[in-house]
Design a protein around this ligand. Sequence first.
Ligand code: PGA
Length: 265
Amino acid sequence: MKRILIVGNWKMNLNTQEASLLVKRLNDRIPLHRDIEVVLAPSLLTLQPISNEIDRRKFRLAAQNAFYKDEGAYTGEVSFTMLRELVHYVIIGHSERRIYFNETLETIRDKVQAAIRNDIDPILCVGETKHERDAGETRRVIHDQLNTALSNLTAEEVERVVIAYEPVWAISTFGNGQPAKPDEIHSAISWIRQLLKDTYGKQLSEDVRVIYGASVDAEFVGAILGLAGVDGLLPGAASLNYQKFTDIVEAAYRSRHRQPETKPK
Ligand code: PGA
């Protein structure tokens, strides 16, 4: 059975001191769960100090972005090569990067390839905007984002990619704080697995980890992780609050270890 993957995306929040405090609280509160993998994605600035502060048995690190060239005259950028000793994962193609920083399908494809080249597992975000959803284009958008992003990888490399379905309209800062409905999540994630199956076959389509992100909070965890094909969660806002993030991990643990209901006699 796959481990449940929980990735806290801190986005552009927390200075070094604030990040250290959060890590200390998480270290204290989150126990080691063998079947849950907890990943923290702080800002680039705080990755280095945090790498010395986390309990490495409990936490792994992710960067939120990196540039696809390994080195050179690219003022202001940080490469996957520079991150390879520091992080296990890099989030690639988050909708905020697509929308605010004009990342294209091709840029994202090159970043996914650069991550693999540098032995870092990509967490590839896909998902439709409200406009695209209203126009009935969800499947097409996911198809284009997924197929382009993976197009330069071998099947073996695709197995290392984590795919995060993040409907843009449900992300807390864009939407109303409600996640997508379970049937919408299920339908999108089934579509992602179908696309993987069409290109890479059944086995790979089942082995690849597919997670959900957008307004994740502890109260929704059981319902989302209970859906077939959902391997984890990517909370943003809730991951900045130690209590909320701890509750999410706890709820994930409970969802995996749920006692079968005893029928009344
Ligand atoms: P949210 O963010 O949980 O605050 O909606 C998720 C994300 O954007 O990754």
